[in-house]
Design a protein around this ligand. Structure first.
Ligand SMILES: Nc1ncnc2c1ncn2[C@@H]1O[C@H](COP(=O)(O)OP(=O)(O)OP(=O)(O)O)[C@@H](O)[C@H]1O
Length: 622
């Protein structure tokens, strides 16, 4: 974290806990309004400027009732308070965006409290949005990074792209890490402030505003400007700048018809926001993010992985509304976010480390690093047509007919196990060792998920057991020709059939009905064989996972849709997601809305499919 950043942060290993920072901004009274001493808000003990927190007092000028709240900073009604907020609160967040952190700045408050003035500003006094853009552009120049913007609004609980000429609704997806994905949201590169002003002002004009009894130009939607920083085509970090619509008391706005409907949607979404804050503050087991589009968007900023700054805006002449705003603001201040680097930044680092590890291992074994072999290890089938067709069959099994299976009988079995063949390669024993350093990387993800989700683990174990059983069956039938036999050759050489039925001891050891062998040496040999078989099964599983992921990364839309559980929308989203960053593990599927269990079931079905096909094909082989 930046040493200067005002965001309250506690470092915890690779991630850090950062509380939502909440500052108060008071707009001036309009010119003709009563004098400043009618202001309902004041700072207890004065504003020390650099104090770590301030106590704010809200006083009802009519009843003299007063209440105090603690916040992180106070910005009084001076003309330049937006610039001050920018310099002290927002500017320190920007370097983090270039290092892979995300941030959110949101203006919250009642209608007419100055949120749009704070975020958007006016020509003479630019708001936090243009000020942020300007700093990001100058940092891009220094670092060689690029900036892109997206701009959208949440109107009547639906999201609309503000940079598109034609109305374009966007869908929201969020993953298990709280990362929000907006499907179909456009983004445009910005190289200068004039690029920005051109695109942004068009967006501002499209945003819905209307005259109400409390504000001449009142926002009817929540507006979100996203500025992303990219380096070598990969998003490093981004900042969401959010101008919320204000809470409205409809006894005072005089809203009717569509204005009233808009107002009720605005109030509902802000109520959902207060429920989220309440749940987070009270450690409730369920945080109701899904109650509204607004809370889904804010998921990463409230209790998520992003740094967050709330600018609570007050109209000093509105006691009741100010009380409501400050009350929620003070509660939001206790929310902790678990700040971590954007995974898109972390991943290449891990990859490089693994390559280095593999290289070191090869050298220690006196083997030359052949680029050909390295490619085969990283992605056994990458770039070949065979890859696509063979892996595609993983998901096609349900529609495959017996006749098709029979047709596959000769080469079919080979095709079905192309995965295993490519995994183990020509030099089976040597290739198996090459996998050792990589195993930990690729198994890491499913294992971590398995810990979280025991049912998923059961599924996977069940799947693996079936896999073993079926492999054993095939081993019996295809001792001569089976590619699997080639793949399992080290086991074969150790475990010669020694029973009357000609089954290998491996099969006996895998079934509980098999009588125990009495001789100690035989038992040890058998145990060793079992261990090897287990190791090979695990490697095979790892290989299948890799192939499946490879397929998801390379298949076209139609091919993806042949996988059970993937419809057109999901296929399109996979293509869009992998365009930004290729899928690296099964758990990446959770980013597009699958639960951990669904991911495991999806893979399980595909694995069973390939084996079912092979077994049925095998029965027709003479
Ligand atoms: N610092 C300021 N100096 C001068 N005028 C201000 C200042 N802050 C806010 N205002 C004025 O107050 C009025 C209301 O502000 P604004 O539209 O930003 O409120 P809002 O909170 O966004 O309201 P809504 O939720 O209805 O959209 C505007 O006319 C704006 O120009």
């Amino acid at each position: 974290m930046d040493s200067k950043t005002p965001v309250k942060t506690k470092v915890l290993g690779s991630s850090s806990i950062s509380k939502v920072r909440v500052v108060l901004r008071v707009r001036p009274f309009p010119r003709l309004e009563v004098s400043d001493d009618r202001s309902c808000v004041s700072v207890i003990g004065g504003d020390a400027g650099d104090a770590s927190e301030v106590a704010v007092c809200l006083k009802d000028p009519d009843s003299c009732r007063n209440e105090s709240f603690k916040l992180d900073a106070f910005y009084g009604s001076g003309d330049d308070n937006v610039k001050q907020i920018y310099n002290r609160e927002v500017n320190p967040l920007i370097p983090g965006i270039f290092r892979g952190l995300n941030a959110t700045v949101l203006a919250y408050g009642a209608t007419g409290s100055g949120k749009t003035f704070t975020m958007q500003g006016i020509d003479e006094l630019p708001g936090l949005m243009p000020l942020t853009m300007s700093t990001i552009l100058s940092m891009c120049e220094k670092t060689g990074s690029r900036a892109e913007i997206s701009y959208y609004e949440v109107y009547m609980d639906r999201c609309w792209d503000l940079l598109e000429v034609k109305a374009n609704e966007i869908a929201i997806w969020d993953d298990k890490d709280g990362q929000v994905h907006l499907k179909g949201l456009s983004s445009i590169p910005v190289n200068s402030m004039s690029d920005f002003n051109e695109a942004y002002s068009c967006g501002v004009q499209r945003r819905k505003v209307a005259h109400t009894g409390l504000n001449d130009v009142s926002s009817r939607s929540h507006g979100v400007l996203v500025v992303s920083v990219t380096s070598e085509g990969v998003v490093t970090g981004k900042i969401n700048l959010i101008d919320l619509a204000g809470n409205e008391d409809n006894r005072r706005t005089g809203n009717e018809g569509i204005r009233l409907q808009e107002s009720s949607k605005i109030n509902q979404s802000l109520f959902a926001l207060s429920n989220v804050v309440y749940a987070l503050n009270n450690n409730l087991p369920r945080v109701p993010y899904r109650e509204s589009k607004l809370t889904r968007i804010l998921q990463d900023s409230l209790g998520g992985t992003s740094r967050a700054l709330m600018v609570a805006c007050l109209n000093p002449g509105e006691y009741q509304e100010s009380l409501r705003t400050v009350s929620l603001a003070a509660r939001s201040r206790h929310i902790s976010n678990n700040i971590s680097l954007n995974p898109k930044v972390e991943t290449p680092k891990v990859k490089i480390d693994m390559e280095a590890k593999l290289q070191a291992w090869l050298e220690s074994k006196g083997k030359t690093k052949s680029s050909h072999r390295m490619m085969a290890i990283r992605s056994p089938l990458i770039g070949t047509n065979q890859t696509q067709s063979s892996v595609k069959k993983l998901g096609c099994h349900r529609s495959a007919t017996t006749a098709e299976s029979a047709k596959l009988a000769g080469n079919g079995q080979r095709d079905a196990f192309v995965t295993a063949r490519n995994l183990f390669g020509e030099e089976t024993t040597a290739a198996s060792h090459l996998w050792e350093p990589i195993q930990s990387l690729h198994l890491a993800s499913p294992t971590k998920d398995d810990e979280k989700d025991t049912s998923a683990e059961e599924n996977m174990l069940e799947s693996e057991a079936k896999l073993r059983d079926k492999l054993s069956g095939l081993e019996k039938k295809y001792t001569e020709l089976s590619p699997l036999r080639e793949a399992l050759s080290p086991i074969d050489s150790n475990a010669k059939p020694n029973s009357a039925d000609g089954c290998s001891p491996i099969l006996k050891s895998m079934t509980p009905k098999t009588p125990l062998l009495s001789a100690n040496t035989e038992k040890m040999r058998l145990e060793g064989t079992c261990q090897k078989f287990d190791a090979w099964s695990t490697k095979l599983k790892t290989s299948l996972i890799k192939e499946y992921i490879n397929f998801l990364n390379t298949a076209n839309r139609e091919e993806l849709m042949e996988l059970k559980g993937i419809g057109q929308k999901m296929a399109e989203y996979i293509i869009e997601l992998r365009g930004r960053s290729p899928l690296k593990s099964l758990s990446d599927l959770e980013k597009i809305g699958f639960t951990s269990r669904q991911v495991h079931n999806l893979f399980k079905r595909a694995t069973e499919g390939i084996l079912e096909k092979t077994v049925s094909a095998s029965t027709t082989t003479p």
